[in-house]
Design a protein around this ligand. Sequence first.
Ligand SMILES: NC(=O)c1ccc[n+]([C@@H]2O[C@H](COP(=O)([O-])OP(=O)(O)OC[C@H]3O[C@@H](n4cnc5c(N)ncnc54)[C@H](OP(=O)(O)O)[C@@H]3O)[C@@H](O)[C@H]2O)c1
Length: 275
Amino acid sequence: MTVPVFEGAHTRMPRLGLGTWPMRGAECQRAVESALGLGYRHIDTAEMYGNEEAVGAAIAAAGLPRADIYLTTKVWHDKPDGASFRRAAEACLKRLGQPHVDLLLVHWPSPRLDLPSVLAAMARLRKEGLARAVGVANFPRGLLARAVEADIVPIAALQVEHHVYLSQQRLLDYCGPRGIALTSYTPVAKGMVAEDPVICRIAARHGATPGQVALAWLLAMPGVAAIPKAAGAARQAENLAAADLVLDAADLAALAALPKGRRLVDPAHGPDWDA
Ligand SMILES: NC(=O)c1ccc[n+]([C@@H]2O[C@H](COP(=O)([O-])OP(=O)(O)OC[C@H]3O[C@@H](n4cnc5c(N)ncnc54)[C@H](OP(=O)(O)O)[C@@H]3O)[C@@H](O)[C@H]2O)c1
């Protein structure tokens, strides 16, 4: 199985990665080591997950060339200005034991966000090689457009919730022509897809699993990457093999017809998603 790579305008991202929330400590280290052993080359973490040390230890233990791994981390929304963002990003690298990350994201917008100052901090981190590329997560389209149009630093990726039950077409329409990667989090809808009769029927026809169908649906969209979390090797291997599943037009139509308004991650600190 070969994981396709998205050749974006500002980053080159393997289109399947491992999500690491909410794993911590030894469980997280084991999961990341297992994933790297199976062939995952894209790992997603964040300062808020409290697992950057474990992720860094797993990367070190894997002994792979660093250039082969695409590592993302994110700075929490309580660092709304350039100075605090910079300090937090440096602390992330220290915990990860890494000289750089491949992608550094603003984890959530907040009303206190001083966008130009954070973008300027990200530009500097990128220039200094501490972050190969930068981007944002959980930004609605209007705010994403402000970040892009500020023209302070190229926005390489947007990470948002995206799965068979939640359309992100407005964001895809924005990102696609600009070569911005859209990284889909919660891509198997936290496992809900396993109970869905439509998805189970498609899976049975292909000799695949519902999780693989959900991931293949995302991978059928150009510019989309998915970062399912799975603690154990069997499920990690199952999810990775989704890269080989090709859905036909009838499958895609049936999946497109599923209701698309179900948001599973909607904390009080989240933005107005339609902004
Ligand atoms: N930027 C953000 O604000 C944000 C928010 C949420 C998540 N994320 C990132 O996205 C990653 C993934 O999102 P998520 O963890 O919320 O949701 P998810 O990947 O959709 O679901 C993970 C859950 O589904 C199970 N699962 C995994 N593969 C499966 C399969 N093929 N079939 C059935 N069940 C399966 C996992 O169980 P087991 O582990 O027991 O296998 C786990 O309980 C996170 O780990 C994190 O890195 C980012």
